[in-house]
Design a protein around this ligand. Structure first.
Ligand code: PEP
Ligand code: MN
Length: 338
Protein backbone atom coordinates (compact mmCIF):
# COMPACT_ATOMS: atom_id res chain seq x y z
CA UNK A 1 0.00 0.00 0.00
CA UNK A 2 1.09 3.55 -0.59
CA UNK A 3 -0.17 6.44 1.45
CA UNK A 4 -0.25 9.73 -0.41
CA UNK A 5 -0.06 12.70 1.94
CA UNK A 6 -1.96 15.88 1.08
CA UNK A 7 0.18 18.70 -0.34
CA UNK A 8 1.32 20.83 2.58
CA UNK A 9 0.34 18.28 5.23
CA UNK A 10 2.14 18.71 8.54
CA UNK A 11 5.06 16.81 10.06
CA UNK A 12 2.72 15.90 12.87
CA UNK A 13 0.25 14.09 10.64
CA UNK A 14 3.15 12.27 8.95
CA UNK A 15 4.39 11.16 12.36
CA UNK A 16 0.96 9.80 13.20
CA UNK A 17 0.93 7.80 9.95
CA UNK A 18 4.40 6.37 10.66
CA UNK A 19 3.41 5.49 14.19
CA UNK A 20 0.34 3.58 13.03
CA UNK A 21 2.41 1.61 10.52
CA UNK A 22 5.02 0.70 13.10
CA UNK A 23 2.44 -0.25 15.68
CA UNK A 24 0.97 -2.74 13.19
CA UNK A 25 4.41 -4.36 12.91
CA UNK A 26 4.97 -3.06 9.38
CA UNK A 27 7.75 -0.94 7.96
CA UNK A 28 7.72 2.00 5.57
CA UNK A 29 9.74 3.74 2.94
CA UNK A 30 9.44 7.51 2.52
CA UNK A 31 9.54 9.30 -0.79
CA UNK A 32 9.64 13.04 -0.29
CA UNK A 33 8.82 14.84 -3.53
CA UNK A 34 8.73 18.55 -4.24
CA UNK A 35 5.13 18.99 -3.16
CA UNK A 36 4.02 15.59 -1.98
CA UNK A 37 5.20 12.94 0.40
CA UNK A 38 4.46 9.29 -0.28
CA UNK A 39 4.72 6.60 2.35
CA UNK A 40 5.22 3.10 1.01
CA UNK A 41 4.10 0.43 3.45
CA UNK A 42 5.96 -2.87 3.41
CA UNK A 43 5.17 -6.09 5.23
CA UNK A 44 2.54 -8.77 5.64
CA UNK A 45 -0.17 -8.42 2.97
CA UNK A 46 -3.04 -9.28 5.31
CA UNK A 47 -1.97 -6.78 7.94
CA UNK A 48 -1.61 -4.12 5.27
CA UNK A 49 -5.15 -4.69 3.94
CA UNK A 50 -6.61 -4.46 7.41
CA UNK A 51 -4.91 -1.10 7.86
CA UNK A 52 -5.98 0.42 4.59
CA UNK A 53 -9.33 1.93 5.54
CA UNK A 54 -7.96 3.32 8.78
CA UNK A 55 -5.24 5.11 6.96
CA UNK A 56 -7.39 7.03 4.51
CA UNK A 57 -9.28 8.50 7.47
CA UNK A 58 -6.16 9.97 9.10
CA UNK A 59 -5.54 13.67 9.15
CA UNK A 60 -3.28 14.86 6.33
CA UNK A 61 -3.77 11.73 4.25
CA UNK A 62 -5.09 12.23 0.72
CA UNK A 63 -5.50 8.56 -0.10
CA UNK A 64 -4.27 5.07 0.62
CA UNK A 65 -3.84 2.92 -2.47
CA UNK A 66 -3.28 -0.81 -2.65
CA UNK A 67 -0.44 -1.94 -4.87
CA UNK A 68 -1.17 -5.08 -6.77
CA UNK A 69 2.37 -5.76 -8.00
CA UNK A 70 4.72 -7.52 -5.60
CA UNK A 71 7.58 -5.13 -6.20
CA UNK A 72 7.31 -1.94 -4.21
CA UNK A 73 10.60 -0.09 -3.75
CA UNK A 74 11.15 -0.38 -7.49
CA UNK A 75 7.73 0.93 -8.46
CA UNK A 76 6.94 4.41 -9.68
CA UNK A 77 3.85 4.51 -7.49
CA UNK A 78 6.13 4.29 -4.44
CA UNK A 79 8.64 6.75 -5.78
CA UNK A 80 7.23 9.08 -8.46
CA UNK A 81 10.45 11.04 -9.08
CA UNK A 82 12.98 9.36 -11.39
CA UNK A 83 16.02 7.99 -9.60
CA UNK A 84 19.37 9.48 -10.47
CA UNK A 85 22.43 7.41 -9.56
CA UNK A 86 25.67 9.22 -8.92
CA UNK A 87 28.65 7.20 -10.08
CA UNK A 88 31.76 9.16 -9.16
CA UNK A 89 30.20 12.44 -10.23
CA UNK A 90 28.35 11.17 -13.29
CA UNK A 91 24.59 11.15 -12.91
CA UNK A 92 22.91 8.13 -14.48
CA UNK A 93 19.28 9.01 -15.18
CA UNK A 94 20.19 12.69 -15.42
CA UNK A 95 20.21 14.89 -18.50
CA UNK A 96 23.34 13.40 -20.02
CA UNK A 97 23.13 9.94 -21.60
CA UNK A 98 25.36 7.37 -19.93
CA UNK A 99 27.62 5.72 -22.49
CA UNK A 100 29.29 2.49 -21.37
CA UNK A 101 31.57 0.96 -23.95
CA UNK A 102 34.44 -1.45 -24.28
CA UNK A 103 35.20 -5.05 -25.12
CA UNK A 104 33.02 -7.98 -24.13
CA UNK A 105 35.98 -9.47 -22.26
CA UNK A 106 39.23 -8.04 -20.98
CA UNK A 107 41.87 -9.92 -22.99
CA UNK A 108 45.12 -8.04 -22.44
CA UNK A 109 46.46 -4.69 -21.35
CA UNK A 110 47.10 -3.70 -24.97
CA UNK A 111 43.60 -4.59 -26.10
CA UNK A 112 41.95 -2.83 -23.17
CA UNK A 113 44.07 0.30 -23.48
CA UNK A 114 43.36 0.60 -27.19
CA UNK A 115 39.63 0.07 -26.60
CA UNK A 116 39.56 2.60 -23.75
CA UNK A 117 41.36 5.28 -25.75
CA UNK A 118 38.84 4.84 -28.56
CA UNK A 119 35.67 4.80 -26.47
CA UNK A 120 36.88 7.84 -24.56
CA UNK A 121 37.36 9.63 -27.88
CA UNK A 122 33.82 8.67 -28.85
CA UNK A 123 32.43 10.25 -25.66
CA UNK A 124 31.94 7.29 -23.32
CA UNK A 125 32.07 7.99 -19.58
CA UNK A 126 32.27 4.30 -18.64
CA UNK A 127 34.58 1.48 -19.68
CA UNK A 128 32.93 -1.92 -19.82
CA UNK A 129 34.74 -5.26 -19.89
CA UNK A 130 34.23 -8.70 -18.41
CA UNK A 131 36.83 -10.35 -16.19
CA UNK A 132 34.52 -13.22 -15.23
CA UNK A 133 32.73 -14.41 -18.35
CA UNK A 134 29.60 -16.56 -18.01
CA UNK A 135 30.08 -18.38 -21.35
CA UNK A 136 27.55 -20.75 -22.82
CA UNK A 137 30.31 -23.35 -23.31
CA UNK A 138 32.81 -24.27 -20.56
CA UNK A 139 35.49 -24.59 -23.27
CA UNK A 140 35.23 -20.92 -24.28
CA UNK A 141 37.41 -18.15 -22.82
CA UNK A 142 36.32 -17.63 -19.22
CA UNK A 143 38.01 -14.30 -18.52
CA UNK A 144 41.16 -13.15 -16.72
CA UNK A 145 39.54 -12.94 -13.26
CA UNK A 146 41.35 -10.63 -10.80
CA UNK A 147 44.10 -9.89 -13.35
CA UNK A 148 41.37 -8.52 -15.60
CA UNK A 149 39.88 -6.44 -12.78
CA UNK A 150 43.27 -4.85 -12.11
CA UNK A 151 43.63 -3.98 -15.78
CA UNK A 152 40.15 -2.44 -15.84
CA UNK A 153 40.95 -0.23 -12.86
CA UNK A 154 44.32 0.82 -14.17
CA UNK A 155 43.11 1.61 -17.68
CA UNK A 156 39.90 3.19 -16.36
CA UNK A 157 41.95 5.56 -14.25
CA UNK A 158 44.37 6.25 -17.06
CA UNK A 159 41.55 7.43 -19.33
CA UNK A 160 39.31 8.85 -16.63
CA UNK A 161 36.58 6.28 -17.30
CA UNK A 162 34.36 4.67 -14.68
CA UNK A 163 34.49 0.87 -14.72
CA UNK A 164 31.54 -1.51 -15.25
CA UNK A 165 32.16 -5.23 -14.89
CA UNK A 166 30.16 -8.39 -14.29
CA UNK A 167 29.92 -10.27 -11.02
CA UNK A 168 28.98 -13.95 -11.22
CA UNK A 169 29.72 -15.19 -7.70
CA UNK A 170 28.10 -13.93 -4.52
CA UNK A 171 31.41 -14.30 -2.68
CA UNK A 172 33.09 -11.80 -5.02
CA UNK A 173 31.26 -8.62 -3.99
CA UNK A 174 34.16 -7.32 -1.97
CA UNK A 175 36.79 -8.28 -4.52
CA UNK A 176 35.02 -6.72 -7.49
CA UNK A 177 33.92 -3.64 -5.53
CA UNK A 178 37.59 -2.94 -4.89
CA UNK A 179 38.16 -2.40 -8.62
CA UNK A 180 34.82 -1.52 -10.24
CA UNK A 181 32.44 1.43 -10.04
CA UNK A 182 29.35 -0.47 -11.23
CA UNK A 183 28.58 -4.17 -10.65
CA UNK A 184 26.88 -5.81 -13.59
CA UNK A 185 24.53 -8.72 -12.99
CA UNK A 186 24.33 -10.66 -16.24
CA UNK A 187 21.23 -11.96 -17.95
CA UNK A 188 22.01 -15.53 -16.87
CA UNK A 189 22.09 -14.47 -13.23
CA UNK A 190 19.08 -12.17 -13.14
CA UNK A 191 17.24 -14.58 -10.86
CA UNK A 192 20.24 -15.70 -8.84
CA UNK A 193 18.59 -14.43 -5.69
CA UNK A 194 21.55 -14.98 -3.37
CA UNK A 195 23.71 -12.94 -5.73
CA UNK A 196 21.06 -10.20 -5.89
CA UNK A 197 20.96 -10.04 -2.11
CA UNK A 198 24.74 -10.01 -1.87
CA UNK A 199 25.06 -6.94 -4.12
CA UNK A 200 22.05 -5.51 -2.30
CA UNK A 201 23.96 -5.59 0.97
CA UNK A 202 26.68 -3.47 -0.61
CA UNK A 203 26.62 0.12 -1.79
CA UNK A 204 28.09 -0.13 -5.29
CA UNK A 205 25.64 0.78 -8.06
CA UNK A 206 24.21 -2.29 -9.79
CA UNK A 207 23.44 -2.73 -13.50
CA UNK A 208 20.79 -5.46 -13.60
CA UNK A 209 20.44 -7.07 -17.00
CA UNK A 210 17.13 -8.57 -18.06
CA UNK A 211 17.11 -12.38 -18.05
CA UNK A 212 17.07 -14.27 -21.33
CA UNK A 213 13.38 -15.10 -20.96
CA UNK A 214 12.34 -12.84 -18.12
CA UNK A 215 9.09 -10.93 -18.14
CA UNK A 216 9.24 -7.29 -17.14
CA UNK A 217 7.57 -8.16 -13.86
CA UNK A 218 10.18 -10.85 -13.04
CA UNK A 219 12.93 -8.40 -13.89
CA UNK A 220 11.50 -5.68 -11.66
CA UNK A 221 11.08 -8.21 -8.86
CA UNK A 222 14.75 -9.09 -9.27
CA UNK A 223 15.56 -5.39 -8.83
CA UNK A 224 13.35 -5.43 -5.73
CA UNK A 225 15.62 -8.14 -4.27
CA UNK A 226 18.59 -5.79 -4.57
CA UNK A 227 16.73 -2.76 -3.23
CA UNK A 228 15.05 -4.57 -0.38
CA UNK A 229 18.47 -5.71 0.82
CA UNK A 230 19.41 -2.03 1.18
CA UNK A 231 21.10 -0.96 -2.03
CA UNK A 232 18.91 1.56 -3.84
CA UNK A 233 21.43 2.28 -6.60
CA UNK A 234 19.97 -0.01 -9.22
CA UNK A 235 19.77 0.55 -12.96
CA UNK A 236 18.07 -1.82 -15.35
CA UNK A 237 19.45 -3.02 -18.66
CA UNK A 238 17.41 -4.32 -21.59
CA UNK A 239 19.67 -6.69 -23.54
CA UNK A 240 17.26 -8.61 -25.72
CA UNK A 241 15.11 -11.62 -24.99
CA UNK A 242 14.83 -15.10 -26.45
CA UNK A 243 12.21 -15.40 -29.19
CA UNK A 244 11.65 -17.68 -32.21
CA UNK A 245 13.74 -15.36 -34.39
CA UNK A 246 17.16 -16.70 -35.37
CA UNK A 247 18.51 -13.96 -37.64
CA UNK A 248 19.38 -11.97 -34.55
CA UNK A 249 20.97 -13.45 -31.42
CA UNK A 250 18.17 -12.02 -29.27
CA UNK A 251 15.17 -9.81 -29.90
CA UNK A 252 15.85 -6.36 -28.51
CA UNK A 253 12.66 -5.36 -26.71
CA UNK A 254 12.64 -1.60 -26.92
CA UNK A 255 9.08 -1.50 -25.64
CA UNK A 256 10.65 -2.52 -22.32
CA UNK A 257 12.13 0.98 -22.11
CA UNK A 258 8.66 2.52 -22.19
CA UNK A 259 7.33 -0.16 -19.83
CA UNK A 260 10.09 0.43 -17.29
CA UNK A 261 9.55 4.19 -17.45
CA UNK A 262 5.86 3.65 -16.74
CA UNK A 263 6.29 1.10 -13.95
CA UNK A 264 9.48 2.18 -12.26
CA UNK A 265 11.62 5.15 -11.28
CA UNK A 266 14.90 3.33 -11.97
CA UNK A 267 17.16 4.36 -14.86
CA UNK A 268 17.19 2.10 -17.91
CA UNK A 269 20.18 1.35 -20.10
CA UNK A 270 19.95 -0.46 -23.45
CA UNK A 271 22.47 -2.98 -24.76
CA UNK A 272 22.09 -3.13 -28.55
CA UNK A 273 25.14 -5.44 -28.82
CA UNK A 274 23.73 -8.47 -27.00
CA UNK A 275 20.26 -7.31 -28.03
CA UNK A 276 21.00 -8.07 -31.69
CA UNK A 277 24.25 -10.06 -31.75
CA UNK A 278 25.17 -8.36 -35.04
CA UNK A 279 27.42 -5.32 -35.26
CA UNK A 280 25.54 -4.13 -38.34
CA UNK A 281 22.42 -3.59 -36.24
CA UNK A 282 24.02 -1.92 -33.23
CA UNK A 283 23.98 1.61 -34.66
CA UNK A 284 20.29 1.71 -35.70
CA UNK A 285 19.19 0.06 -32.44
CA UNK A 286 21.29 2.49 -30.41
CA UNK A 287 19.53 5.36 -32.14
CA UNK A 288 16.14 3.76 -31.53
CA UNK A 289 16.91 3.12 -27.85
CA UNK A 290 17.67 6.77 -27.24
CA UNK A 291 14.54 7.80 -29.13
CA UNK A 292 12.55 5.42 -26.93
CA UNK A 293 13.80 7.24 -23.83
CA UNK A 294 16.70 5.13 -22.59
CA UNK A 295 18.99 6.76 -20.03
CA UNK A 296 22.09 5.26 -21.57
CA UNK A 297 23.69 2.62 -23.75
CA UNK A 298 26.13 -0.20 -23.13
CA UNK A 299 27.97 -1.12 -26.33
CA UNK A 300 30.67 -3.65 -27.11
CA UNK A 301 33.67 -2.10 -28.86
CA UNK A 302 36.81 -4.03 -29.76
CA UNK A 303 39.88 -2.57 -31.45
CA UNK A 304 40.01 -5.69 -33.67
CA UNK A 305 36.66 -7.52 -33.56
CA UNK A 306 37.88 -10.21 -35.98
CA UNK A 307 40.24 -11.59 -33.32
CA UNK A 308 38.05 -10.96 -30.25
CA UNK A 309 37.98 -13.84 -27.75
CA UNK A 310 34.27 -13.29 -27.23
CA UNK A 311 31.37 -11.59 -29.02
CA UNK A 312 33.43 -10.36 -32.00
CA UNK A 313 30.36 -10.58 -34.27
CA UNK A 314 28.53 -7.96 -32.29
CA UNK A 315 31.46 -5.70 -31.44
CA UNK A 316 31.86 -2.34 -33.13
CA UNK A 317 35.19 -1.18 -34.51
CA UNK A 318 36.34 2.13 -33.02
CA UNK A 319 35.40 3.85 -36.27
CA UNK A 320 31.86 2.46 -36.21
CA UNK A 321 31.54 3.36 -32.53
CA UNK A 322 32.38 6.98 -33.29
CA UNK A 323 29.88 7.02 -36.15
CA UNK A 324 27.25 5.54 -33.83
CA UNK A 325 27.93 8.16 -31.18
CA UNK A 326 27.66 10.97 -33.74
CA UNK A 327 24.19 9.78 -34.65
CA UNK A 328 23.14 9.07 -31.08
CA UNK A 329 24.04 12.62 -30.13
CA UNK A 330 21.65 13.97 -32.76
CA UNK A 331 18.80 11.85 -31.43
CA UNK A 332 19.70 12.81 -27.85
CA UNK A 333 19.40 16.48 -28.72
CA UNK A 334 15.90 15.95 -30.11
CA UNK A 335 15.00 14.12 -26.92
CA UNK A 336 16.21 17.04 -24.80
CA UNK A 337 19.26 15.17 -23.55
CA UNK A 338 22.98 15.60 -23.89
C1 PEP B 1 28.09 -9.07 -21.37
O1 PEP B 1 27.72 -7.93 -21.08
O2 PEP B 1 29.17 -9.31 -21.92
C2 PEP B 1 27.15 -10.18 -21.13
C3 PEP B 1 27.58 -11.42 -20.91
O3 PEP B 1 25.86 -9.80 -21.18
P1 PEP B 1 24.50 -10.63 -20.91
O4 PEP B 1 24.55 -11.04 -19.49
O5 PEP B 1 23.45 -9.62 -21.22
O6 PEP B 1 24.49 -11.79 -21.86
MN1 MN C 1 29.44 -9.93 -24.48
Amino acid sequence: MIIVMKPGSTEESLSRVKEKIERAGLSYHLSVGENRTIVGVIGDKKVISSLEENMSALDGVEKAVRITEKYKLVSREFHPEPTVIDVRGFKIGGEELAIMAGPCAVESMEQLREAAAEVKKGGAQFLRGGAFKPRTSPYDFQGLAEEGLKMLREVGDEFDLRVVTEIVDLNDVELISKYADVLQIGARNMQNFRLLQAVGHGTKPVLLKRGLSATISEWLNAAEYVMSAGNENVMLCERGIRTYETFTRNTLDLSAVAAVKELSHLPIIVDPSHGTGRWQMVQPMARAAVAAGADGLIIEVHPHPEVALSDGDQSLTPKNFRATMDEVRKIAAIMGRK
